[in-house]
Design a protein around this ligand. Structure first.
Ligand code: ADP
Length: 243
């Protein structure tokens, strides 16, 4: 359902992604691992077109895009196929939790205010924040803010949710509540690509692990293949360092 063909990205003279090919099936939970600077976040941002790939082709659902020649209208349509959950939550500070979730429903999905309220309440209840509807981000913990971010992404009903290190800004005691929400929505069959350093989450929840280094996919496979039987020396070294 998602296919990246030969995706490349350069910042100036530095080539950060080199001919990335990746296939993600519907319902997959893909975890991208790799050392800092290997291009994980850039790859995720390319899927959502927050970064414009320098070259390559992207297929999301029935939507094909040649990145080099994409028009603004095509990019706009492609962006609606995915939703991003950011490391720093990126909530509107002057809006309440429910207003943050409603925003996209009103502006992108063009729902009526009443419909948007009903949907937002249901989504905030789903992430365990039914009692925080009117709270502002400053009145919420990091874990709660991130759960609002997840509800906001779900509201867009995207084909895929992209998580960019969703727990790395959190105090350790708040990581679990966010991972358990991600785990719950993964079980519902929502396709997701997750950049994370949480190895136990990767082992338990992912069905497809991708190991990146130096802007290329070095190795990919099931958690058992990658964690228990890594083939490439670079993968072995990385796993040795982090476990
Ligand atoms: P990772 O997520 O694996 O840590 P990133 O995708 O964030 O890696 O970064 C890969 C490389 O791209 C790094 O060398 C980083 O400095 C560079 N990079 C990322 N974003 C930009 C940018 N906006 N401008 C210039 N260089 C960037």
């Amino acid at each position: 359902m998602i296919k990246l063909n030969n995706i490349s990205k350069s910042f100036g003279r530095q080539q950060v992604l080199k001919d990335i090919d990746l296939t993600v099936e519907k319902g997959d939970v893909v975890v991208i691992l790799g050392p800092s600077g290997s291009g994980k976040t850039t790859l995720l941002r390319c899927v959502n077109y927050l970064e414009k790939p320098s070259d390559g082709e992207m297929i999301i659902g029935d939507y094909h895009l040649n990145c080099k020649y994409a028009s603004k209208k095509q990019i706009h349509l492609l962006r609606q196929k995915s939703a991003m959950v950011f490391q720093q939550y990126n909530l509107f500070k002057h809006k309440t939790a429910i207003e943050n979730v409603m925003e996209g429903l009103l502006i992108v999905k063009k729902l009526s205010k009443e419909e948007a309220i009903v949907r937002s309440v249901a989504l905030l209840e789903k992430v365990g924040l039914g009692n925080k509807l009117e709270a502002y981000p400053s009145q919420l913990s990091g874990g709660q803010q991130q759960r609002v971010g997840i509800a906001r992404a779900l509201a867009m009903e995207p084909e895929v949710i992209l998580f960019d290190e969703p727990t790395s800004a959190l105090d350790p005691e708040l990581v679990g509540e966010v991972l358990s929400v991600i785990r719950k929505i993964a079980k519902e069959g929502i396709t997701m690509i997750v950049v994370t350093h949480e190895m136990s989450f990767a082992r338990d929840v992912a069905n497809h692990i991708v190991f990146m280094d130096g802007g290329v996919i070095v190795e990919e496979g099931t958690p058992v293949e990658l964690f228990n039987h890594p083939k490439e020396e670079r993968t072995k070294q990385f796993l040795k360092r982090i476990t």
